[in-house]
Design a protein around this ligand. Structure first.
Ligand code: GDP
Ligand code: FE
Ligand code: FE
Ligand code: FE
Length: 187
């Protein structure tokens, strides 16, 4: 699928600000894919569709998580986590993208997972550092992302877990599993 077609599809699903965020993720994912030797076209499509399900209702996302036998522990954690696996499902069934590498990058863009692929890491980091993002610590991850992808990933996870803990939010186990996996690999 070509960029213009993909963008036209995703645009119907998103509000203006979220579409602008998506364009930032796309540009950043392409840059990182070139830098680290990933498949640039897959990075582009995964980035374009990563937040496809962002504005579906909680009811619809919950129904899909149950009916499609996704990890049921998702339902015990923040609905913010749901649009990633539900997005992968809808991008496959509604848009017709069948490439598992792309679908996995969408599926794991919020929590991460142990043993992430290069493409998954690129979409996760691009989502975190795209130019429209501004929050404490983002500039440090922007620099790291161009030097050492795993160190950038580690810092992003560290920041996310710290941010959630400061808000007394529950932390999804896969978020911790991803953090632990990278922590061990960086030792
Ligand atoms: P976005 O969709 O572009 O806004 O970004 P993400 O998909 O990466 O994240 C969506 C939201 O999920 C963010 O507000 C994160 O803080 C939140 N989030 C990520 N991991 C966890 C987690 O383990 N637990 C909870 N409660 N929220 C999380
Ligand atoms: Fe997201
Ligand atoms: Fe993210
Ligand atoms: Fe996003």
């Amino acid at each position: 699928m070509k960029r213009e077609e993909a963008l036209a599809i995703v645009r119907t699903q998103l509000k203006e600000q979220r579409y602008i965020h998506t364009l930032g993720v796309m540009e950043t994912a392409i840059e990182l894919a070139k830098l680290y030797g990933a498949d640039v076209q897959k990075a582009e499509l995964a980035a374009i569709f990563h937040d496809y399900a962002k504005f579906r209702t909680k009811e619809e996302m919950k129904r899909i998580i149950i009916e499609q036998h996704m990890p049921q522990d998702l339902l015990a954690y923040s609905p913010e986590l749901w649009h990633a696996p539900v997005g992968a499902y809808l991008v496959q069934t509604e848009v017709g993208i069948q490439d598992e590498d792309i679908l996995q990058a969408i599926r794991y863009h919020t929590s991460g997972r142990p043993n992430m692929t290069l493409l998954e890491k690129i979409v996760y980091i691009a989502d975190y550092i795209e130019p429209n993002r501004s929050f404490p610590g983002v500039d440090e991850v922007r620099v790291l992302a161009r030097e050492h992808l795993d160190r950038a990933l580690f810092r992003a996870l560290q920041n996310t877990i710290q941010f959630l803990m400061d808000k007394r939010e529950p932390i999804y186990p896969d978020t911790f599993h991803t953090y632990n996996d990278i922590a061990k690999k960086l030792k």
